[in-house]
Design a protein around this ligand. Structure first.
Ligand code: AGP
Length: 367
């Protein structure tokens, strides 16, 4: 039957509130509760012996893949190549057979991602797809499907499917790292504990609704917005900027915070709000000094941080949202939720058609 909005104003708002549930459901599939270890389905290849990974996807799913790259390189020490599927399908990269192709898609029907899947398969790459719709064209053409268990996503702007994709990529990273011998038992326990803690930390994010709506009033007045982050927070910034563009029609651009001084810093003045994702991770100090540079040029800083970063952020930010402090590994998953909520609140203020933004389709099945 038809899926209702359950009293929420839009499907997007309802789906935003499903983040904690969906992260929990996805973990239930991939984590054994007794041993607290990641258990992936049997695969027709050995994760220990793949020479490299190639990640490809479109839009938000691509940004999830970018975070996956940081994890696979850092934790599993696996070389990773990544590109948007519309480029990957025509790139013809040289690939050793037996490499791992990681395809990420909510629908499993995106034409560019499907074409990239087929071109990787022709190169004898093992196809592992991270899909929300497990009965889809991509599912049928993959050697392994890891489901995101997010349930149907109605809103054109993806929300819960994205955090579910990250949850799967996090588990894939742990399993790959274990297979390659780069993560010991204690290391795995710490990462799994951080993941299992996430659903309740994600539920805490909703207590920041007032602060997010306050930020939304500033963003809604802007013509252009700059999103900043470093490391695994850079794709979070990209996700925030994409979501704002999609549903509020405000131009936004995401930059790696350290790259700003190589160009976009010339854009900064009082009329271009800066939305930064800056939780207390090893890159916190570096990110903060980039934000200080922006502030010195008149930039208005709206910052997403956490309880450990809050004091230092409050000294420079015009406004901030303080999330619970979590393990660095899962920080990008948690920090995604408020940037999506911000885009939602801005779109509501602007009165756009939030669930069905102009010119967009939920799944892009043509090239
Ligand atoms: C996200 O908000 C977008 N609507 C869009 O970028 C989407 O993520 C992209 O088209 C990929 O879709 P898929 O996950 O179904 O492949």
């Amino acid at each position: 039957g038809a899926i209702g909005k359950d009293g929420y104003r839009h499907y997007m708002e309802k789906e935003l509130h499903e983040h904690p549930l969906v992260i929990g459901q996805t973990l239930q599939r991939l984590v054994d509760p007794a041993s607290r270890t990641v258990v992936l389905p049997d695969m027709p290849f050995d994760l220990a012996s793949v020479p490299r990974a190639v990640i490809t996807a479109c839009g938000s799913a691509f940004y999830a893949g970018m975070i996956g790259r940081y994890w696979l390189e850092d934790i599993a020490r696996l070389p990773v190549d990544i590109d948007v599927a519309s480029e990957m399908r025509y790139r013809n990269p040289p690939l050793t057979s037996g490499s791992l192709g990681v395809l990420v898609s909510q629908s499993g029907e995106t034409a560019d991602t499907l074409a990239a899947l087929r071109s990787l398969r022709e190169k004898a790459v093992h196809i592992l797809s991270i899909l929300n719709v497990e009965q889809s064209t991509m599912a049928r053409e993959s050697a392994v499907v890891l489901g995101t268990v997010a349930g149907p996503e109605i809103s054109v702007a993806s929300t819960k499917a994205f955090t579910a994709q990250l949850t799967v990529l996090a588990c894939l990273t742990i399993a790959t790292a274990r297979a390659r011998g780069t993560l010991d038992t204690a290391g795995e326990e710490a990462l799994v504990a951080a993941l299992l803690d996430l659903p309740s930390r994600a539920a805490d994010v909703f207590t920041s609704g007032d602060a997010i709506r306050r930020m939304a009033r500033v963003v809604a007045e802007a013509r252009d917005v700059l999103y900043l982050g470093r490391g695994s927070m850079f794709p979070v910034a990209m996700e925030g900027a994409l979501k704002l563009k999609e549903i509020s029609y405000i131009h936004a651009e995401a930059y790696a915070a350290g790259e700003m001084k190589h160009g976009p810093i010339s854009l900064i003045d009082r009329t271009v709000p800066i939305v930064a994702s800056a939780p207390y991770t090893p890159l916190f100090d570096k990110t903060l000094s980039n934000l200080q540079e922006a502030k010195a040029r008149g930039g208005r800083l709206l910052v997403f941080t956490d309880t450990k970063g809050a004091d230092r952020v409050s000294a420079i930010a015009e406004d901030m949202v303080v999330l619970p402090h979590v393990h660095d590994f899962v920080a990008p998953i948690l920090q995604t939720i408020p940037v999506q909520m911000l885009a939602y609140e801005v779109a509501v203020l602007k009165g756009t058609d939030v669930d069905q933004p102009r010119n967009l389709a939920k799944s892009v099945t043509v090239e």
